[in-house]
Design a protein around this ligand. Structure first.
Ligand code: AMP
Ligand code: MG
Length: 286
């Protein structure tokens, strides 16, 4: 059921893994690493893999509910505006059961959040046992936007890389599988997507005039992403570098990353903790 479809020549987990020395500026955002299929075949494959993901995710939930399994999965989506984070949430994660999903988007911190350590709001949003947590932006904003806009001194943000690594290690040791995806679009593709948001009234809600200010800071963001990948791609929580100019590819790839993570947990349906035959007999008699 969860074997990698033959249209994949390489496992997304390995082909997308960030490798030391890799330059953010050199990422081919239009590429489809490890995949030899075409866009035309994507919807059918996506539907098939959505179903495989959904079954595994339900199993994770079932084990948390009925088998005392404390494990969870956390999908971390980071990317510039229009990279397609929302599309992943809708078209990939959305195939799962809402009961077992804890979605959280991180925006500009509220006054209350600002009064705490930056990881406070992150800890509050972690997935409980059996759940798939989804971070739409994350603690990494505290070494991205915060750094690019000098919201705090370098002496404050610089130690955060080590702190984040230690934080994630703690989560992994406590049973959370972390799937980190850094999503990259080209400047041209971003321009197209922002233009579309301006053209379509049904997309105005996604547009923020501030997005253009961020766009002007592209080189600074690239440098911040470079450092982020260099410093926080660890063995316990590696980064995946996802080219996102082709949405259909990005969605297929994240679906496989989730399937791989769930498969590695060797889940099965929790056995009944009651006598099935006796219950059948009781029910028949009622
Ligand atoms: P969006 O994801 O499009 O709704 O935008 C959320 C905005 O919140 C982005 O511009 C982020 O950079 C910003 N944001 C998220 N986390 C932080 C943070 N810790 N400090 C400042 N801004 C943040
Ligand atoms: Mg936005």
């Amino acid at each position: 059921m969860s074997a990698l479809p033959e249209l994949w020549t390489h496992q997304p987990r390995s082909v997308l893994a960030f490798r030391p020395g890799r330059r953010v500026a050199d990422i081919d955002t239009n590429a489809t690493p490890g995949f030899r299929g075409e866009k035309a075949g994507a919807p059918e494959l996506q539907a098939e893999r959505n179903a495989a993901f959904a079954e595994l995710q339900e199993m994770l939930y079932a084990n948390g509910k009925a088998a005392g399994d404390h494990r969870s999965v956390l999908l971390v989506l980071q990317g510039m505006d229009t990279a397609g984070k929302g599309g992943i949430v809708e078209h990939v994660v959305g195939a799962g059961s809402p009961m077992g999903i804890r979605y959280r988007a991180f925006g500009v911190p509220t006054a209350e959040e600002r009064s705490h350590h930056y990881l406070w709001r992150i800890r509050n949003a972690l997935p409980p046992a059996g759940l798939l947590g989804v971070f739409d932006r994350s603690h990494y904003e505290d070494v991205l936007v915060v750094r690019v806009h000098n919201l705090v001194e370098p002496a404050v943000w610089a130690p955060r890389y080590d702190e984040i690594n230690a934080f994630e290690k703690e989560l992994v040791d406590a049973g959370t599988t972390i799937v980190k995806v850094a999503m990259f679009v080209s400047l041209d593709e971003q321009k197209k997507r922002l233009a579309e948001r301006l053209e379509r009234p049904d997309k105005h809600w996604k547009y923020n005039p501030g997005d253009l200010d961020e766009r002007q800071l592209w080189p600074q963001y690239q440098q911040a992403y470079q450092d982020l990948l260099d410093k926080t791609s660890t063995e316990h929580a590696p980064w995946h570098v996802l080219p996102c100019d082709r949405k259909w590819y990005a969605r297929l790839a994240v679906t496989e990353l989730l399937i791989e993570a769930l498969t590695a947990m060797r889940l099965s349906w929790p056995p009944a903790d009651f006598d099935v035959e006796a219950e059948r007999a009781r029910l028949r008699a009622l």
